[in-house]
Each structure stands twice: as C-alpha cells, then as structure tokens.
Design a protein around this ligand. Sequence first.
Ligand code: HEM
Length: 438
Amino acid sequence: MKTPNHTLSALQCPVTLADVDLFSPGAQEHWYEAYPILHREAPVQRIAGEGLLPGSDGYILTRYADIARVVRDPVRFPATLSLAVDAILRSGLPPDQVPDTNAMVAAMATLRPTDELWRAHRKELTDPWVGPGATRHAPMIARTADRLIDGWIDRGRVEFIGEFARPLPQRVMASVLGFPESDIPRLAEWGAAQVTAFVHGRGHRNQLTREQLQEQFRVLAGFREYVHEIVQEKRRNPADDMISWLTGVTYQALGRPLTDMEINGIVYAMIIGGLETTQYALEEQAQLLCEQPGLFASIRGDRTAIRAFIEEAMRLRAPTQGLSTRITSQDEDFQGISVPKGSLLHLRFAAGNVDPQEFECPYEFQLDRKAVTRHLTFSAGPRVCPGAGISRVEQTIAWERLFERLGNIAYAPGNTFLHQPGIMLGTLELHLEFQRAR
Ligand code: HEM
C-alpha cells in the first residue's frame, strides 16, 4: 500500500494513488476525483499511526458494502462515542464535569449509554420532533422559506448560501426548539463553535489544538448558560416547542423526567447536527440544477419528482463526506486487507455512495434511479442520523417553494466554487441568477 504524497499542491487534482490524501488542506476541491482512484487501488486505505490509541492505525473505507456492514453491527464495530461515554461512566464524576466533555456527550452518558437506550432515546425523545414527527413543522418551514425568498426575489440574483441555505435551517431549528428569532445570530455563532473540529480539525480525527479546544469551550460556556436559562423559563411557561416538551416528558426507558443537563445535551445535538448539514445539501442541490441541462424545468413541471431529486442529490453530493466514528473490536478483513482489532475506521459515506459495485453509472445524476434512498448520506443501522426526517422535510419544502416562485436558475458571475475546509462538502458562497416564475 502506498503512502499519500503530502507535497501535492492543495488545489491540484490527484492522478495517482500517491496523490490522494483526503485530509490535506484543500483536498475537498478534488474529493470526487480521488474516490475512483481509491475504489480502484485502495478501497481500504491505511492511515499509519492515526488510530485512537498509540500504535494503532486508521483505515478509510470507501466501499458501500464495507461501510454498510460496519454501521449495521454496533457490537463488532462500536462507536467512538460509546468509548467516550464509557470513560465518563468510569470516571465516577458527574458527566458534565468531566474535562473536555461537551453537553451532548455528557447527556449520552446518562440517557443512552447502551444500544437499547440509544434506540429508546431516538424513538421517545427526538423522533416526535426531528424524525418521523417532523412533518408537523411543514407549514412553519414553508413560511420561513417564503420569507427568505421575499428578501431577494425582486433582485434576480441571490447569494444562495447566505440568503437561503444557511438561514433556513437556522430559523427552522430555532423554531422547533423554541428559541426566539432575535437570538438566531447568537445561536449561529454557537453552532459554528460546535462544529469547529469538523471544519478546522486536523486529519481524519478532526483534531483541534489545545488552544482551539479552550476557545471552543469558552464560547460554548455561553451557550450552556443560555440554554439553562431558556430551560428554566420553559419549565415555568411551557409553549408548543421541543424544549418545553422535553421539560415535561417522562423518559419511559428510565421511568423519569429529564434533568437540565440532559435537555442541554439534546439541544446541543440538535444544533450541532441540524445546521450546516442541511445548508450544504440545499447548496449542492442548487448546483446540480445549474449543471444538469433541463433538470430545473423538468422538476418544475412535475413537483412529485422533488423527493427523488433531493435523494439522488444527497447520494451524489453527500454533505457529510466521512466520519471516523467506529473502531474494530476484533481482527477484521475488508476487501482482502487485514484490519487489526482496535483500529479506527473512517467511514467515507460519500465514496460509498459512488461505489460502482453498488450503483450503476455512479457519477451520473439519475432522477429515475431505483431505490433512490439507499445512499449512506445519513449513515444507516441503529445509529443512523436522528435528524434525517426534518432535513428531508426542509429540503423538500424548500424546493417546493423555490420551484413555485422561480422560473429558472443559473450560475451568476462571481463564483469561485471554493469549498469550506473540513469534512463537509459545500462551497463558501454560491451566486445564482434567476427569473421569477410567471
Ligand atoms: C442533510 C442533512 C444531514 C446529514 C447529511 C446528516 C448526516 C449524519 C451522519 C452521517 C451521522 C452519523 C451517523 C453514524 O454515526 O452512523 C449523523 C449523526 C447525527 N445527526 Fe445528522 N445529518 C443531517 C441532518 C441532521 C439534522 C437536521 C439533525 C438534527 C435536527 C441531525 C442530528 C444528528 C445527530 C444528533 C447525530 C449524532 C447521533 C445521535 O445523536 O443520534 N442531523 N448525521
């Protein structure tokens, strides 16, 4: 197996396996040129010395079948978060006082330390709001999308991320959780602080320096206080929102109500998971509509195709390209490569989605692709993304409103198409021009 050539200039397109390093600065500009090389020559790529423990290695999995097998088997491939939770429980400290532990992980220690409780947590606490129950937010999402479109529809031009794709999930999640709209700028700042590691972290483990970590915890101390105050207020005056509901619910799996710390952790998870992901799904979908001749007009003429459109777009341009979230609990074999017990697995969902062994003509956008939802963009198995429901509703309604109000879209001048650093696939800006629908 060859070692990546780190001297390749960040913006240069990889040609041979030696050029491929998915985590070097600027690598995101050419991820989709790297995936066929990995599939062909190194579908299981070792990253020497980059495991969780000293002396262990990381492995990048790019085959659909391998990733699907890993995420469906939590016993053989435990989640790294479970290790963090075990460490918290072993420390004997109150979870929110364990050093370097964020609110989400602290709440996992008490609410879902086992696979069974993980499932109960989803079913009882998040599904009603951001899972299957997310359809209840449809009217609010449509109103929010329309208000954003009102802001630029007369201009014929829009910076699509700043004026639509970013504020939409921010406003939607604020409304779902029960935060006042005036607090959205602060929530956006905290949201950005939460995802620091996924944007600025180094390597496949998204590692932050000690200084970056300290800064992150400093900023997020404000978030913790803010949520604490909101929770107190909702306990006194509950409204029709997720936080109010969490203050009153009995978590049947444990037969008790939730503590402030636990509600704080669930809110943290909703913010860290719910903003940039949907933002970049929308942004890449807009790009596909600009790039695929006739696609906009054909979906505009048949809106029932929106659902297939968002799924096929998420397959082809997964917002969360990959995460290093599982370890091997025993020696394994992937594609004939031995992967020892204790290795850290980087699951490259985006590469699995374009695996030619799983998808015919994988790099083609096909609106009529069979079983269009079988991509790995939300992962799969017991730990599948709990917010997939609301994200799908947001994307569907966003496009329903956009197809209703715009007659066409095209790239406007001024796009660099440069991507945000880190693990997400998304450009920093996207300038579009359009005509209003008649
Ligand atoms: C297009 C949008 C989204 C994508 C691509 C996405 C993708 C993912 C992926 C790949 C995982 C890892 C699952 C695993 O480890 O197997 C995940 C986990 C997670 N996602 Fe999403 N997600 C999206 C939207 C959302 C939304 C809208 C929310 C919240 C409302 C959310 C909340 C979470 C949380 C909290 C986790 C951690 C696991 C847990 O706490 O159960 N995600 N997501």
